[in-house]
Design a protein around this ligand. Structure first.
Ligand code: NAD
Ligand code: GLY
Length: 361
């Protein structure tokens, strides 16, 4: 098996490697050094655990270890499930040298990372992402947290992992819709700041859809390089990191209006990115051809780019008004000057309302 690709997140003593390749979970030499103490706790969900828990546990010989299995799905990204992780740590009499292993998608990475940030005021953790979204986005950059009934990700902490192990073989069991949803976040990196990567993706859309291992590994590595560079410059989202929300303000509003679960996150982001690009063409002289080029790539990747028929576009404005980036009644949106050059911009609500009255016209 070829050597994994490696991307470094350079954050001084909190920096860490991201390793990407086939078979990494079963080859503990790639991650065992990140487990510095004598205890480890694997946190996974029931679907991922059924496939991959044994593979990871087999690499923990010589350590005292246990596992907590969370029910699969966003609705279980809760404080109640974090408490189950704490109970398991208490049962092990874990102290500060325990390492948590987050084995799963973004829900598990966020939840286990948050538990690691809190246990004894912070212990080490390793991200083992098993969805494409988690490999290219949520496992990198140290945002952790859980949902409250009042809203998504309201409680959390910045806590960087000790390493990220993206075993691309795990994507073989990921349902096609979840996989394509992750591709939307891959396209996002090209759209916001890396035109050459966007062009590379355009030339390899078929290979990506076919999950060709070498192309997939390179797409994940390039996405992680882009995210790492942004996180290194703006770890706490005081500025540039907000660009990672391209398409997300429209996307979150769409998820709310469609009803959670109807559209996957990446599907909503795909539609949202095209809306942002078209709005930029309408109000900021960005090229309309770039907006259509973005739509064409997403369509080639089998992602939606148009609002579902059931959603009246004007209804998106209310949930968009609730976005925490807004200020003084103006919406703060991520738009672009052109493909590969995104920026944050305040836009008057009236202009967004006018756009929503004919978003494709
Ligand atoms: P997820 O973790 O719910 O995984 C999606 C589904 O796929 C689940 O049913 C899961 O059980 C299943 N699954 C995971 N890996 C599998 C595999 N290899 N084979 C078969 N099934 C598998 O969702 P997600 O899309 O990975 O992550 C979404 C979460 O990520 C959200 O909670 C979001 O808030 C968070 N997120 C966080 C960040 C961050 O920076 N921390 C960034 C983006 C998203
Ligand atoms: N997914 C957004 C971020 O990591 O900042």
């Amino acid at each position: 098996m070829s050597a994994p690709l490696e991307v470094q997140v350079a954050l001084g003593e909190r920096g860490y490697p991201i390793r990407i390749g086939r078979g990494l979970l079963g080859e503990s030499s790639h991650w065992r050094a990140a487990l510095r103490g004598r205890q480890a706790l694997i946190v996974t969900d029931d679907i991922v655990g059924a496939h991959y828990l044994d593979r990871v546990a087999a690499g923990l010989d010589g350590l005292e270890h246990a596992a907590v299995t969370i029910p699969s799905g966003e609705r279980h990204k809760t404080l109640e499930q974090v408490e189950r992780v704490f109970d398991a740590l208490a049962a092990m009499r874990a102290n500060r040298d325990v390492t948590l292993i987050a084995l799963g998608g973004g829900v598990i990475g966020d939840l286990a990372g948050f538990a690691a940030a809190c246990w004894m005021r912070g212990v080490g953790f390793v991200q083992m992402p098993t969805t494409l979204l988690a490999m290219v986005d949520s496992s990198v950059g140290g945002k952790t947290g859980v949902n409250l009934p009042a809203g998504k990700n309201l409680v959390g902490a910045f806590h960087q992992p000790r390493c990220v192990i993206a075993d691309t073989d795990t994507l073989g069991t990921l349902p096609p819709r979840e996989y394509r949803s992750g591709l939307a976040e891959v396209v996002k990196y090209g759209a916001i700041g890396d035109r050459a990567f966007f062009e590379w993706l355009e030339a390899r859309a078929d290979a990506l859809l076919a999950r060709e291992p070498a192309v997939l590994a390179e797409a994940i590595a390039a996405s992680c390089r882009n995210k790492a560079a942004i996180v290194e410059r703006d770890e706490r989202e005081d500025g540039e990191r907000a660009l990672l929300n391209f398409g997300h303000t429209f996307g979150h509003a769409l998820e709310t209006e469609a009803g959670y679960g109807r559209l996957l996150h990446g599907e909503a982001v795909a539609i949202g990115m095209v809306m942002a690009a078209r709005l930029a063409a309408r109000i900021a002289d960005a090229p309309q051809t770039d907006a259509e080029r973005l739509a064409a790539l997403l369509e080639k990747l089998d992602l939606p780019t148009r609002l579902p028929e059931a959603i009246e576009p004007g209804r998106l404005l209310d949930p968009m008004r609730l976005d925490k980036k807004n200020l003084d009644g103006r919406l703060r949106l991520i738009l672009w000057d052109r493909l590969g050059a995104a920026h944050a911009r305040f836009v008057d609500t009236d202009r967004v309302a006018a756009f929503l009255s004919s978003p494709t016209g």
